[in-house]
Design a protein around this ligand. Structure first.
Ligand code: LHQ
Length: 263
């Protein structure tokens, strides 16, 4: 696929999506938002893709909404944040949340505002030592959006989530690790290799089951224990009928590594 503001590269079942507006720290324009959503939809439909890496070109991961583009839209009049979020940012975050494949954020630099929300919508976050995170919204008089108010308290608890959202202060990669919303921090020069290593694991994993695990966890986030267990049972039925489950059990009994096909 060919895009204007992102790069879309598949290598051995691993799709890397790179936000590609390095001069603006990959701030999100309406085109980038549309292209990113299209890329994730394409990834969901492409059987070859078994894991997605999301990263940024240049020294930033993503500086959130492009404020120049947003202010241009506002100047034109008739602009509504509500309509804008509901039409662009929110469908993108939901597409990521509902993607039936794992997403690894390779956080190479600053992730601010909706750019931080983007990292939170990924399943795994690996950050370079020099990366940083900020809930920049309050600094420009805005409410955290693109899922941050839902994701961040769940990931790190209300106390610290509110502190970050109310102050908009910048958090280093190491602090993010200690707070618990980053899985791993590595020296800048090792980010790519570390992320590739994890992606390789997912590239040979039972992909269909991974999609079902995401579904189960997403459902449980807003359900009772009873409903969550019923849903687990339903999804387990689907996993139990998968070719990869058969292969996993056979491989265990035959004392050999499983050769999962993702089906
Ligand atoms: C930018 C941006 C940017 C444009 C850096 N836009 N150019 C949703 C609905 C609709 C609209 C409103 O918002 C939302 C959700 C949101 O995401 S709200 C939050 C929006 N983001 C921000 O408020 C962050 C603004 N950026 C910053 O605070 C800093 O740039 C950070 C802390 C990210 C990085 O600082 P530095 O490393 O010192 O870099 P810089 O500030 O020098 O930026 C480098 C260039 O990138 C610069 O361009 P220039 O042409 O002067 O070299 C910036 O203007 C541009 N840039 N963020 N969001």
């Amino acid at each position: 696929m060919s895009f204007e503001t992102i790069l879309y590269q598949i290598d051995n079942s691993i799709l890397t999506i790179t936000l590609n507006r390095p001069d603006k720290l990959n701030a999100m324009t309406p085109i980038l938002l549309r292209e990113l959503k299209e890329a994730f939809e394409q990834a969901n439909n492409d059987q070859v893709v078994r894991v997605v890496i999301l990263t940024g070109a240049g020294r930033g991961f993503c500086a959130g909404a492009d404020l120049a583009a947003a202010s241009e839209l506002m100047m034109r009049g008739g602009f509504s944040y509500e309509e804008n979020l509901n039409a662009t940012y929110n469908p993108l975050i939901l597409t990521m949340q509902n993607l039936q494949k794992p997403i690894i954020a390779a956080v190479n630099g600053v992730a601010a505002g909706a750019g931080m929300s983007l990292t939170l919508a990924c399943d795994i976050r690996i950050a370079a030592e020099s990366a940083s995170f900020l809930q920049a919204f309050v600094k420009i008089g805005l409410v955290p959006d693109s899922g941050s108010t839902w994701m961040l308290p769940r990931l790190i608890g209300l106390t610290k989530a509110l502190e970050l959202m109310l102050t908009g202060k910048k958090v280093t990669a190491q602090e993010a690790l200690e707070l618990g919303f980053v899985n791993q921090v590595v020296p800048d020069a090792e980010l790519s290799a570390t992320v590739q290593q994890m992606a390789q694991l997912f590239a040979v994993a039972p992909t269909k089951t991974i999609g079902l695990i995401k579904q189960a966890v997403n459902f449980a986030a807003t359900s009772s224990l009873e409903d969550a267990m019923k849903n687990e049972a339903r999804l387990q039925d689907a996993a139990g009928k998968s070719a990869d489950h058969m292969e996993g059990v056979a491989a265990f009994l035959e004392k050999r590594p499983a050769a999962f096909k993702g089906e």
